[in-house]
Design a protein around this ligand. Structure first.
Ligand code: PMP
Length: 455
């Protein structure tokens, strides 16, 4: 910091953060004991802390920094929109960036998903999809058809409703949830299938779980099924082949809306704008999106709704407004950032780049199976996870944080999750940088393994 300036020192900033800022997901017993990293600047795929130490951004912020940091063209697009029109009410007005962005997303999204409701992030996009289902079924004269089928280990956000459909038990202590409305299906992780069971048999079982739930609850009581194409925060769980297509068919046969939560898998993470159609062969009724939509430069989310659902909602003589929305829905500056982000994707071939480097990324990821402590290495596109061998051992439980510490010391950030570590670097990562990342990981895993052996 400049000597003599009024800028507080790094130590002061860390102290103010500790004393006055409430961070998401911090442990309350350690409240005010945290020493969060003070992130100062970033460029490309690298972040620098306040001491100047460089880190590869392994988690891509939080699965979102697709085009990387430090893009002047993003800054200019944001600046230009601020000077032109920083804000107007989305309740009553249209704007150039939001109209163009809505049209672009409608063109990118599969099938008849032509209608976009802009939100402030992923949670509000999910909340909007679920409330739209409720509104629609009330309008259709089906007020009983409101249950939501969700899945264990799914993550859908932190509003009351989005968190109610989240199936990560560990994240649910001491909060209240709308339990009456939600039914959870068991874990769909093929790695955790029964011994001797084939992946195909496991898929049959998972599809049967949905059929069983529908038979028990009654299709006339179920409004929606919500699923991430790949359960991301749950540990990058890639479902068995055919799972999504078969569950979608069951939903259609039972008049249950299929919500594909693509907050992580959309916007290039798997090499396509959206994964639902291109990779999993489904045209859902809703797609929720956020994160990569602006590459994290500004907050924005989108709930994309099919024409079919829109028609059902408007097919009534009874007047009614759709009273869901936010002051910052369709924020013009966020929409301008998203448009520039999409332009960069198109001009620089980001989707093609992801598809080109994916085989190398996935190979280096799977090579990590050579470490005895790694039970599974899985992923798709630029999304990856390693999982420890046994969930029940105390040592295994700490594995994620041990890997995290060993990587951080070597200049790589990863996302620890219990006995797992997750990677989703910026999409512009080069082959050389992928090697740099996995070389560090291998070195770190060796150290963690040696330490565990010694213990
Ligand atoms: N859905 C999924 C699949 C997510 O991974 C997340 C965030 N990690 C959300 C929804 C919530 O998004 P946000 O944090 O932007 O509200």
């Amino acid at each position: 910091k400049v000597a003599g300036s009024n800028t507080p020192s790094n130590e002061t900033l860390i102290e103010w953060d500790r004393m006055h800022q409430i961070h998401p997901w911090h442990a309350m017993d350690a409240w005010r004991g945290y020493d969060n990293m003070l992130v100062d600047t970033a460029e490309g795929i690298y972040m620098y802390d306040s001491t100047g130490k460089r880190f590869i951004d392994g988690p891509g912020g939080m699965w979102c920094t697709q085009i990387g940091y430090g893009r002047k063209d993003m800054a200019e697009a944001i600046y230009d929109q601020v000077m032109k029109l920083p804000y107007t009410s989305p309740f009553t007005s249209a704007t150039e960036p939001s109209a163009i962005l809505a049209k672009k997303i409608a063109d990118m999204a599969p099938g008849d998903l032509n209608n976009v409701f802009f939100t402030t992030g992923g949670s509000t996009a999910v909340d909007t999809a679920l409330r739209t289902m409720q509104y629609c079924n009330n309008r259709r004269g089906l007020p009983e058809k409101k249950m939501i089928i969700a899945r264990e280990k799914g993550y859908h956000g932190s509003t009351y409703l989005a968190h109610s459909v989240t199936g990560k038990e560990r994240d649910k202590s001491h909060f209240d949830f709308e339990t009456r409305l939600v039914h959870f299906l068991p874990d769909v992780n093929p790695y955790r299938r029964a011994e001797g069971q084939s992946v195909e048999e496991f898929c049959d079982e998972k599809v049967a779980d949905l059929e069983k739930a529908i038979a028990e609850i009654g299709a006339d009581k179920i409004g929606a099924f919500i699923a991430e194409p790949i359960l991301s925060s749950g540990g990058v769980i890639v479902p068995a082949p055919g799972y999504h297509k078969r569950t979608l068919e069951i939903c259609r046969a039972n008049d249950i809306f299929y919500i594909s939560d693509e907050v992580v898998t959309g916007f290039g993470r798997l090499g396509y704008w959206f994964a639902s159609e291109e990779l999993f062969d489904i045209q859902p009724d809703f797609i929720t999106s956020a994160k990569g939509l602006t590459s994290g430069y500004l907050p924005l989310g989108a709930c994309i709704v099919s024409d079919r659902v829109m028609e059902m909602m408007s097919d009534s003589d009874e007047p009614s407004s759709f009273t869901n929305g936010y002051t910052y829905s369709a924020h013009p500056v966020s929409c301008a950032a998203a448009l520039k982000n999409i332009e960069i994707f198109e001009n620089e071939g980001v989707l093609e780049h992801v598809r080109a480097v994916t085989p190398h990324f996935q190979k280096r990821l799977r090579d990590l199976m050579k470490f005895k402590i790694v039970g599974d290495a899985r992923g798709m596109g630029l999304l990856g996870c390693i999982e420890g061998k046994a969930e029940d051992l105390e040592a295994e439980k700490k594995l994620g944080s041990q890997i995290d510490e060993a990587c951080e010391a070597r200049g790589l950030l990863v996302r620890p999750l219990i006995n797992m570590a997750v990677f989703s670097p910026p999409l512009i990562i080069t082959i050389e940088q992928i090697d740099e990342m996995f070389d560090i990981l291998e070195d770190a895993l060796q150290e963690v393994q040696d330490n565990l052996n010694a213990a």
